[in-house]
Design a protein around this ligand. Structure first.
Ligand code: CUA
Length: 355
């Protein structure tokens, strides 16, 4: 629903209108009761005023009907607000499987982004119009809060864990991004913008290339550099578990419990490997806490994730990926063949996996 309130930001995401409807309802409700109660106070003050100096009020014994009315009606209204708010909340904080991924790292005092195709940005995020975008966010230092008023989207970014949120931009243009959690001296300068582009222009922008490879490729390099590859063998014969096909699956742990291998689990296993030891393995792995930055952890996570997507031929079918623009644009670079492969895997292309 479109409500235009003066001074309010654009409604530029698919759920912005729903958030505004709820907010508008709260606003109308507040005015209704605020004005109604104030008028009632004046009315009763006049109607029941003392008319003679020696007049004494009559005691009131109680009125069940009246009490039930002013209990039941507000109860229904507040539960209605709860259900309405919860519905919108769960929609916003449960990213759809078809969303494209963007990794976000907050840092005093900037926002760093990385696309699955490899592009990095600081304080600016380019996204295509009409495409669902999932943000996986963490921070290098203190708590920040990712706030895009035009999208009606705000989420705290907390050290030591991943926060996820999604949006679907519905308007072209540039929208303000703020840090909405006081995070030190330059908190007020921790601002940026989300640039919503026409999908074709976005593909052109993407093909500008980063030269550094996709996060999954960078993760693969790190995986070798940090010697992870010496234990996590693809054959399954290593001292650590085989990682192919692990992401998104149920993992059985040494204590008999099971856990879904999501981003948080992979992150924890890198930084605190003994927290959840896989059944059948010894707690031999050293911690990488302090040895890798949050961005590098995200790259390792992207790599582990890509090991499962190649097997499945892409997790999420979506309409825009795997276009000639994205696959064919990496011409000339030495990494061109793996780039195209990981592109397809990471963005969930419909074309068959090349490996
Ligand atoms: Cu980051 Cu305030």
């Amino acid at each position: 629903m479109q409500i235009s309130v003066p001074f309010s930001a654009d409604q530029a995401s698919s759920y912005a209108g729903d958030v505004d409807s709820l907010y508008g309802f709260l606003w109308v409700l507040t005015i209704f009761f605020g004005v109604g109660l104030t008028l009632a106070i004046f009315y009763f003050a006049v109607k029941y005023r003392r008319r003679h100096p020696d007049q004494v009020g009559k005691p009131v014994a109680g009125a069940i009907g009246l009490e039930l009315t002013w209990t039941v009606i507000p109860f229904i209204i507040s539960m209605g607000i709860f259900a309405w708010g919860a519905e919108i909340y769960f929609r916003i904080y449960r990213p759809p499987a078809t969303a494209m991924d963007v990794y976000v790292v907050g840092k005093q005092w900037m926002w760093k982004f990385q696309h699955t195709e490899g592009q990095r940005e600081i304080n600016e995020l380019h996204v295509p119009l009409g495409r669902k975008v999932k943000l996986t966010m963490t921070t290098e230092d203190v708590i920040h809060s990712f706030f895009v008023p035009a999208f009606r989207m705000k989420l705290d970014v907390v050290p030591g864990r991943y926060s996820t949120v999604w949006f679907e931009p519905t308007k072209l243009g540039r929208f303000e991004l703020f840090c909405a959690e006081y995070c030190g001296t330059s908190h007020s300068g921790m601002i940026g913008s989300i640039v919503v582009m026409d999908p074709a222009e976005y593909q052109t922008w993407l093909s500008g290339g980063s030269g550094e490879g996709t996060p999954a490729q960078q993760g693969e390099k790190l995986f070798a550099q940090l010697a992870c590859s010496s234990c996590h063998l693809a054959t399954g014969q290593g001292r650590g578990p085989r990682l192919q096909g692990v992401f998104g699956s149920q993992v059985e742990l040494a204590d008999g419990s099971k856990v879904v291998a999501n981003e948080d689990y992979i992150r924890e296993s890198i930084l605190n490997p003994r927290a959840k030891v896989v059944a059948g393995f010894q707690p031999l792995m050293p911690t990488f806490q302090g040895l890798v930055s949050e961005e590098q952890v995200l790259q390792l996570v992207a790599y582990v994730r890509s090991l499962s997507q190649e097997a499945q031929g892409g997790a999420a079918g979506n309409s825009m990926s795997g276009t000639p623009a994205s696959a064919g644009s990496n011409t000339g670079s030495a990494a061109s063949a793996p780039a195209a492969k990981s592109n397809a895997a990471a963005t969930g292309a419909k074309s068959p996996p090349k490996k």
